[in-house]
Design a protein around this ligand. Structure first.
Ligand code: CP
Length: 314
């Protein structure tokens, strides 16, 4: 498959992932090789939800490739406020730009929008759905710190609404991994995701827990997530789980010295600041990796001769 749009990590084969990660490593080592590669190219940024990392690292990546961005700006200052549909908005902005990056609160919005445009469209997060470019930088960070095969990872927190979790879990089924999902019962992975993961990977590689304690000593990576307050239909339900599953120095006493702690950020109170300066912490490195990874992805999506593809695709 050659990908015109990047909507979910389910699209990506192991070959696709390795192509992106290897290329990102090249660009990380020497970004000057592509400094003018996309001169004149314009990337359209359509963020219908707040973002710091994704939006700014896409902008940095496009500029480091020699191109530029056109930003729709806030909903308040755009014609979305007048009731313009997403389909109309993307059809208009496609006429101004060479590729689109879309973040939207509704799950499935990126799939729908991609049906209305011919330029590459990248899903930068669709509600509780997927966030495939976050996954690519997560995989890059895991590969740097622990390797992607023979990996034991704990993914903890809001597994119901956390789109980074859904995308990462699917992508990891391309590798030899044991995935432990740790959450309160009310925030477990959606059942259809668990079913899919079992289909994609030997079921022994997928386990669910309500406590970190029982699995922490076996983990190579602990991926912590924020409780997605904005997705709860009822604030009272959020308050019941807020503050659960926090990590501090005491928590990590039972961990391996080699443990890597990750978080897609932003964090609220899931990881105590005392962890930041320890060898466990990889979450700021993870955020920095967004630039070379998104440079690689953009170049592969925008270049006719170097698009992501392989023989082992779905
Ligand atoms: N990790 C992530 O998607 O961060 P932003 O919401 O700041 O883009």
């Amino acid at each position: 498959m050659r990908h015109d749009h990047l909507i979910t990590s389910k699209q990506l084969s192991r070959g696709d992932i390795e192509t992106v990660l290897d290329y990102a490593a090249e660009l990380d080592a020497d970004p000057s090789t592509v400094a003018d590669r996309h001169a004149g190219t314009l990337l359209g940024l359509l963020f219908f939800e707040p973002s710091t990392r994704t939006k700014m690292s896409f902008e940095t990546a496009m500029k480091r490739l020699g191109g530029d961005v056109v930003d729709m700006g806030s909903i308040e200052s755009s014609s979305v406020k007048k009731g313009e549909t997403l389909a109309d908005t993307v059809r208009v902005i496609e006429g101004y730009t060479d590729a689109l990056v879309l973040r939207h609160p509704k799950q499935g919005a990126a799939t729908m929008a991609s049906e209305f445009v011919d330029v590459p469209l990248v899903n930068a997060g669709d509600g509780a759905g997927h966030h495939p470019t976050q996954t690519m930088l997560d995989l890059y960070t895991i590969r740097e710190n622990a390797g992607l095969d023979d990996l034991t990872i704990g993914i903890m927190g809001d597994l119901k609404y956390g789109r980074t979790v859904h995308s990462l879990a699917y992508a990891l089924t391309n590798f030899d991994t044991r995935q432990h999902f740790i959450s309160p019962e009310s925030l477990q992975l959606p059942r259809e995701v668990v079913y899919d993961l079992h289909q994609r990977q030997d079921g022994t590689g997928i386990r669910e827990h309500d406590s970190l304690e029982e699995v922490l000593p076996s983990l190579d990576v602990l991926y912590v997530t924020r409780i997605q307050r904005e997705r709860f239909p009822d604030e009272n339900e959020y308050q019941k789980v807020a503050g659960e599953y926090q990590i501090d120095a005491d928590t990590l006493e039972a961990a391996s010295d080699e443990l890597t702690v990750m978080h897609p950020l932003p964090r609220v109170d899931e990881i105590a600041p005392e962890i930041d300066e320890t060898d466990y912490a990889a979450y700021f490195q993870q955020a920095h990796n967004g630039v070379p990874v998104r440079m690689a992805l953009l170049d592969l999506l925008l270049s006719d001769d170097k698009r992501i593809g392989g023989d082992d695709d779905e």
